[in-house]
Design a binder for this molecule. Structure first.
Ligand SMILES: [Zn+2]
Length: 282
């Protein structure tokens, strides 16, 4: 009897240990020892664990040069004739109206079906409901977003002037969190781990990054808007972004198990940053 109880205790202990192990095997502690042969986004995660950025990279990973533009950091379009990365004097922000709102006019391709439109408009609404940014169907405005189901999910950074394409391929990019992610690029935001101060908050594991994608981890000279680093930003890369062989490429610090990125839409801090950047409420 005693030995049966002992056996049960040991079994219980083993089970408890198994359940308390981290879900992912390669988040720093085991990193280097456990390497699964996994590609950077399409095979590594269960569908419901994927962040918006994981899904964007999955859709975009075959994306090559587009006519007249290149893609950097996975989904930010850069025009060969004009670089939007530098916005002196906030020239690439959308202007604020006298009523205090920032209106971002858009046209939506007729190629989208009703479900696509709802998804995209939900992404807009998730930003609008917490900020002074309002997406409005274009009437006559000179500067506007031209939302199209081109190949891939991508956007220019900030307002480029004139008609600017924002691509949300269907069905690959049809998550409201992805739409919100691309709209935040169009509002002028880069990825969270591109922040100038990111090295205080994450370790970039350079040796795990596919060599021809190292450039996607460059820091930017960013205005951090006196806001905390946001692991939960919809603009954050996933832990395995651009992984060479399945090892993590981004490890939060000091706690490597902090979840990073998500798929739901703008975080409270994302909305806060939009409000600060656009001086909402002032
Ligand atoms: Zn992006």
């Amino acid at each position: 009897m005693r030995s049966i109880i002992m056996l049960l205790v040991i079994l219980f202990g083993l089970l408890t240990q198994a359940y308390t192990l981290p879900v992912q095997n390669s988040t720093g502690v085991n990193e280097g020892k456990v390497r699964f042969k996994r590609k950077y986004s399409d095979e590594i995660l269960e569908h419901d664990e994927m962040t918006s950025m994981d899904q964007i990279l999955k859709v975009n990973h075959k994306l090559r040069a587009l006519r007249g533009i290149s893609i950097r950091d996975g989904d930010i379009a850069v025009s060969f004739v004009r670089s939007a990365i530098n916005c002196p004097g906030n020239a690439c922000l959308w202007p604020k109206s006298v009523d205090g709102f920032v209106y971002v006019p858009y046209i939506l391709s007729p190629l989208y079906d009703d479900m696509d439109r709802i998804t995209i408009e939900t992404g807009m609404q998730d930003i609008s409901s917490g900020t002074c940014v309002k997406f409005v169907p274009r009437t006559h405005e000179a500067n506007f977003l031209d939302i199209q189901p081109r190949y891939g999910c991508w956007s220019f950074l900030g307002q480029t002037g004139g008609s600017q394409t924002l691509s949300l391929q269907t069905p690959g990019c049809m998550w409201s969190g992805i739409a919100a992610h691309e709209f935040m690029h169009a509002l002028g935001f880069v990825h969270e781990q591109s922040r100038s101060d990111r090295d205080h908050y994450v370790t970039i594991v350079w040796k795990n990054i596919m060599p021809d994608h190292i450039h996607n981890f460059r820091k930017q000279v960013t205005n951090n808007l006196n806001s905390p680093y946001d692991y939960n930003s919809v603009m954050h890369y996933g832990r395995y972004a651009f992984s060479e062989d399945g090892g993590p490429t981004i490890i939060p610090k000091p706690d490597p198990y902090i979840p990073i990125g998500q798929r739901d839409g703008p975080s409270a801090l994302d909305l806060h940053k939009i409000n600060v950047l656009y001086n909402c409420g002032r």
